[in-house]
Design a protein around this ligand. Sequence first.
Ligand code: ACO
Length: 319
Amino acid sequence: MSITRSRIVSTGHYLPENVVTNYDLEKRVETSHDWIVQRTGIHQRHIAADGQTTSDMAIKAAKQALENSGLKPEDIGGVIVATATADRAFPSVAVAVQHALGTQFGPSFDVSAACSGFVYALSTADALIRSGQVKRFLVIGAEKFSSLLNWEDRRTCVLFGDGAGAVILEACEGTGTNADQGMLTSHLHANGQYQDMLYVDAQSGFINMDGQEVFKFAVNSMSKIVAETLESVNLSPSDIDWLIPHQANVRILEATARRLGMPMDKVIVSVNKHGNTSAASIPLALHTAVSENKLTRGDLILFEALGGGFTWASALMRY
Ligand code: ACO
């Protein structure tokens, strides 16, 4: 029986012009290029200009995704933006995108799930598409994490970057797990018991993180959610063509791949160039893979992420 699924039509991205290398950071805090590379795999990150907002970046990424799709703004039925760094408490970044692009007046809202936000947004858009409410969504991850950083705290300021990635998701018809294209399954989780492991301090406005605890939980929960996802559709790790994880730390990506028995050449890595861009990291990694012609239509791709909350999520789709 044929069912409605949602497939990725196109991707877009935006990275601020200002590239900050590890060597630049050596001049600001007591750190070294070698320490940052060994512990995280990060070589550089992009940092937004003064006055440049999350909406500015989201709009640029969305425009590129639209351009790459050949669609018109009026073909887009709704906008979902995953972000923890909206310009204002309200209205949402999504309505700023909707206004800038002149898309239809369908649902437009932000999703807050920290680094898992993009997968939460993708899953939400997929559900609304499958329910028949919206035919085509712009799903965006956009962050200005530099606004949450204490540039004197070496434990956090070396880890994060700014940017935005966007996809256009549209309804398509498919059958079974061998459908040519589209979302096969998605899984969302949260456990508020861990709120104090990774959070933005209300007083200072800066990120606080228990790095080692986050690291351990990330490796464990990522392996578990990948197994849960594959089991739900009777597939195994060897069926995955590309793992596109949240880009926090290359050591987390390596540990997850090792536990799954996946070679690193099946894992998309962009944390080296972007740093951790939170909800923007997966769509940025996806766009990088698409631009480098790594993905072929029909490839099985698995997105997975862990973020503050803790929240964690996965989505399995044929590209
Ligand atoms: N440069 C040099 N030394 C440093 C730096 C730095 N930038 N930062 C910390 N150190 C020092 C510490 O002070 C410590 O020194 P000490 O032994 O004298 O006390 C030493 O290096 C080791 O510190 P650890 O914190 O134990 O280092 P670790 O190997 O755990 O690496 C890191 C830290 C990179 C943060 C790691 O724990 C990590 O990646 N954690 C996961 C982060 C993550 O995945 N976040 C994802 C979610 S993000 C989100 O949701 C917004």
